[in-house]
Ligand binder design. Sequence first.
Ligand SMILES: *[C@@H]1O[C@H](CO)[C@@H](O)[C@H](O)[C@H]1NC(C)=O
Ligand SMILES: *[C@@H]1O[C@H](CO)[C@@H](O)[C@H](O)[C@H]1NC(C)=O
Ligand SMILES: *[C@@H]1O[C@H](CO)[C@@H](O)[C@H](O)[C@H]1NC(C)=O
Ligand SMILES: *[C@@H]1O[C@H](CO)[C@@H](O)[C@H](O)[C@H]1NC(C)=O
Ligand SMILES: *[C@@H]1O[C@H](CO)[C@@H](O)[C@H](O)[C@H]1NC(C)=O
Ligand SMILES: *[C@@H]1O[C@H](CO)[C@@H](O)[C@H](O)[C@H]1NC(C)=O
Ligand SMILES: *[C@@H]1O[C@H](CO)[C@@H](O)[C@H](O)[C@H]1NC(C)=O
Ligand SMILES: *[C@@H]1O[C@H](CO)[C@@H](O)[C@H](O)[C@H]1NC(C)=O
Ligand SMILES: *[C@@H]1O[C@H](CO)[C@@H](O)[C@H](O)[C@H]1NC(C)=O
Ligand SMILES: *[C@@H]1O[C@H](CO)[C@@H](O)[C@H](O)[C@H]1NC(C)=O
Ligand SMILES: *[C@@H]1O[C@H](CO)[C@@H](O)[C@H](O)[C@H]1NC(C)=O
Ligand SMILES: *[C@@H]1O[C@H](CO)[C@@H](O)[C@H](O)[C@H]1NC(C)=O
Length: 590
Amino acid sequence: MHSIWLLPMIFSFLPSALGVIGPPANSSTNSTLLNPILPGFHPDPSCVFVSEWNNTFFCASSSFEAFPGVPIHASRDLQNWKLVGNALNRPEQIPDLAITNKSTSGIWAPALRFHNGTFYITTTLVFDDQPQTNLSRWYNILLSSNNPYNESSWTDPIHFDFVGYDTSLFWDSDGSVYVTGSHPYNLQPGINQAPISLTTGAVGSITNVWNGTGGLAPEGPHVYFKDDWYYLMIAEGGTGLNHEEDIARSRNINGPYESNPANPIVTNANTSAYFQTVGHADLFQDANGNWWGCALSTRSGPEYIVYPMGRETVLTSVTWASGKFPVFTNVSGTETSWPLPPSDLSIPGSGPFINAPDAYTFPPGSTIPAHFAFWRLPISQNYVVSPSERPNSLRLTASTLNLTGYDGNYAATGQTFLGRRQVDSFFTYSVTLSFAPTAAEHEAGVSVFLVQSHHIDLGVVLLPSSSTSTSSANDTALTPYFRLRTTTSIPVPAPIQLTPVPAAWIQPNAPLELRLQIQACNLTHYAFGAAPVGAAHEMLTLGYGEAAAVSYGFTGTLVGVYATTNGGEEGGVEAYVGDWRYEGMGQVRD
Ligand SMILES: *[C@@H]1O[C@H](CO)[C@@H](O)[C@H](O)[C@H]1NC(C)=O
Ligand SMILES: *[C@@H]1O[C@H](CO)[C@@H](O)[C@H](O)[C@H]1NC(C)=O
Ligand SMILES: *[C@@H]1O[C@H](CO)[C@@H](O)[C@H](O)[C@H]1NC(C)=O
Ligand SMILES: *[C@@H]1O[C@H](CO)[C@@H](O)[C@H](O)[C@H]1NC(C)=O
Ligand SMILES: *[C@@H]1O[C@H](CO)[C@@H](O)[C@H](O)[C@H]1NC(C)=O
Ligand SMILES: *[C@@H]1O[C@H](CO)[C@@H](O)[C@H](O)[C@H]1NC(C)=O
Ligand SMILES: *[C@@H]1O[C@H](CO)[C@@H](O)[C@H](O)[C@H]1NC(C)=O
Ligand SMILES: *[C@@H]1O[C@H](CO)[C@@H](O)[C@H](O)[C@H]1NC(C)=O
Ligand SMILES: *[C@@H]1O[C@H](CO)[C@@H](O)[C@H](O)[C@H]1NC(C)=O
Ligand SMILES: *[C@@H]1O[C@H](CO)[C@@H](O)[C@H](O)[C@H]1NC(C)=O
Ligand SMILES: *[C@@H]1O[C@H](CO)[C@@H](O)[C@H](O)[C@H]1NC(C)=O
Ligand SMILES: *[C@@H]1O[C@H](CO)[C@@H](O)[C@H](O)[C@H]1NC(C)=O
């Protein structure tokens, strides 16, 4: 059947061709701010404003098992954000990411700071299957850069001992440096702090500075010094619907800290807002001295059932009067904010603006774009740009493991997968696929991938001809099928759908030449389709996947390509991907 793919009818924002947002209406009056500023899988944001670097704002966010890790986005106008590099961009920086087990493991909550000409990041490589008391569950690291536009400038990490996560640096006026972090929540939950050496990672004696206001999981601490007070701001309530941000202050860095009577200072808990889970905030000032808060939020509504993009980065205005606690503006999709700086897109670096469309043909001499992501460390020979036998394509060599890997938890031998973040409520993603499978279960395709235990795949797979009832039950010859299948723990309708590749699309003794497509056709469903290359009018809708099936955990969806032998020979087959396109088709903000 031919499909009619209806475009979503309700757009609250239509990106221009370049996907950038126009200048604020009037820089001397309040502005209209659109959230999220970093849509898609960009949780646990930490941002700084650096006047020395042409009045530029920089934000880091969590990457969990995605690699490269810790994306750094830069902006001069707080609305147009460009990926300028990934702090963890060399496998040698975090070799043990390859052996993390469990989908909640990996790189958690980087804190980005700028001090005396240098950028610093503290973050934790978490082995979330290990006991909370085990120091090796919390592999805390410190890295620095003297030029965030140059990925190679990020140093190899220095490891430091800290039982916990969400570590953040603070420089006191006497020159001493502290690390503040969250102590595991099923031990004595609280915020711990210690002096740290930035050169050796040596950590001094630990002080338990605050336990928060009594909410679950006090975490994500940052310390600020203002008007002779040390302010300690933390998240509580867990990163779900009860998430909130709280603050306390003290005349001494090590406390005692007194809680702000007006806590929580920002939350959307117990509201009907579309933007839920607001918390894990950080504070910074712009060139005019106005304060801003970044935080994470989930576009889920209080139902909290459909949120495939997971925890995204939002921005809000903050008023912080002298001697007083800061006051946040509630987070929503369209806010009146402090005047935004004038629009300025002249940010250095080769990465794309976050809402720019993709159009990649993998020509000779090109490299894999900086916003593409592998799951854990890539087996590098499995990804070849423009191989000599087929220039202008990306060659994927199939891994034994499929996207589920071993039991949905680990994949130490590698999974052949390459994706990019879903950053739009509605989008169309498509690639060409040239594939000549030779054995049963040889498979290549496209996926909406959240984690190994939650993904929706449209694969082209070789199966016995008897796999569908229309075939002779005795026919053991192998035939290519489209297989749409959902892997999830969430109770949604998800039958495996097998559709034989139409005979007219198969040329004798030649690879299949197909275009595969994923479209977020409405908020609750992804539509999966295929057509012969060069015959888009023949596009078949093969089925739908439920966005609820990939709304889970700490991360957000990637859309991308994969190749696997489903337990067969490692490297048993190759697939060639070309003409990679992703285009946003609208954001829902309310
Ligand atoms: C911008 O705001 C200022 C102060 O309210 C006002 O004087 C000016 O006319 C406004 N400019 C524009 C272009 O609206
Ligand atoms: C600031 O911007 C100017 C003009 O674009 C550029 O020449 C200069 O290198 C920039 N400096 C920094 C530190 O980014
Ligand atoms: C990962 O966890 C699973 C489930 O607990 C366990 O069976 C497996 O052995 C673990 N793998 C590794 C490499 O630790
Ligand atoms: C700041 O950096 C400069 C140049 O790297 C260095 O000479 C100086 O000692 C640093 N100052 C402090 C207070 O660390
Ligand atoms: C602590 O973690 C390490 C590394 O993951 C592991 O080898 C060790 O068995 C763990 N120890 C305990 C007591 O669980
Ligand atoms: C980027 O940083 C690396 C490592 O510090 C350095 O070798 C290289 O020269 C830098 N490149 C540029 C263009 O600054
Ligand atoms: C945090 O809670 C523990 C256990 O109740 C208590 O011993 C400790 O004093 C508390 N810390 C602070 C800073 O109040
Ligand atoms: C939301 O409501 C629940 C139940 O009444 C309450 O326990 C929780 O503290 C509230 N959260 C916030 C942030 O108000
Ligand atoms: C401008 O925005 C700030 C921050 O949201 C707010 O406090 C202030 O009331 C606004 N001013 C006007 C005139 O709307
Ligand atoms: C398969 O073929 C054999 C031999 O022709 C026949 O006896 C048998 O009934 C067939 N089985 C099915 C399920 O059609
Ligand atoms: C979204 O699309 C799916 C697939 O076409 C359809 O079943 C569902 O009813 C749609 N939902 C809405 C709210 O239109
Ligand atoms: C993944 O591969 C295994 C065999 O290694 C197979 O049992 C499983 O069904 C496959 N699952 C998916 C969703 O690809």
